[in-house]
Design a protein around this ligand. Sequence first.
Ligand SMILES: Cc1cc2nc3c(=O)[nH]c(=O)nc-3n(C[C@H](O)[C@H](O)[C@H](O)COP(=O)(O)O)c2cc1C
Length: 173
Amino acid sequence: MTHLLLISGSTRAASGNTATLRTLAGLTPPGHTTDLYDGLSRLPAFNPDDDEPPLPGPVAALRSRIEAADAVVFCVPEYAGTVPGSLKNLLEWTVKGAQLYEKPVVWIDVANTGRGAGALATLEVVLGYVGAVLVRSACLRTMVTGRDRGPDCTFTDPELRRELAGVWDALTA
Ligand SMILES: Cc1cc2nc3c(=O)[nH]c(=O)nc-3n(C[C@H](O)[C@H](O)[C@H](O)COP(=O)(O)O)c2cc1C
């Protein structure tokens, strides 16, 4: 059994990155589980002075959700040439606690062609810094612009759903 924590780097309600992870969650094979992280907007700005017990509640919750996961999947938009500040903030809250150290991680990049390279490069640098293990065989480069969505905002596009099912295949192989 594999338990995946899914972290979107977008706080936008209609986010394509979050919808991608929601679609991935909907494709969870029997016997496996997912947890779509929903706390990005509630994390306080990282402050080393606050990185001591008792930790701020949202930080303690983030750390336990990472600890409970066998692997973490990131789907992150590009803001100003790199990852959104809120996502970088989340990653900074994991440095001292080492929750991502030796944790298998995967990225799904849904930016349009020719976009998003800065975000992906930064994400890989920071994940490398915290000692996460990138499962490159499960990473997916695709696009979501113009793909059909259902009423619950998940993607119904069969090709995209096949690609996302491939992420599960690679992770559970
Ligand atoms: C503040 C801001 C900065 C952005 N900077 C970039 C950028 O540097 N490069 C890029 O390709 N797209 C940039 N974008 C576009 C977003 O990456 C794009 O709209 C993405 O699809 C948003 O993801 P979401 O639908 O998950 O929220 C930016 C958007 C915002 C709001």
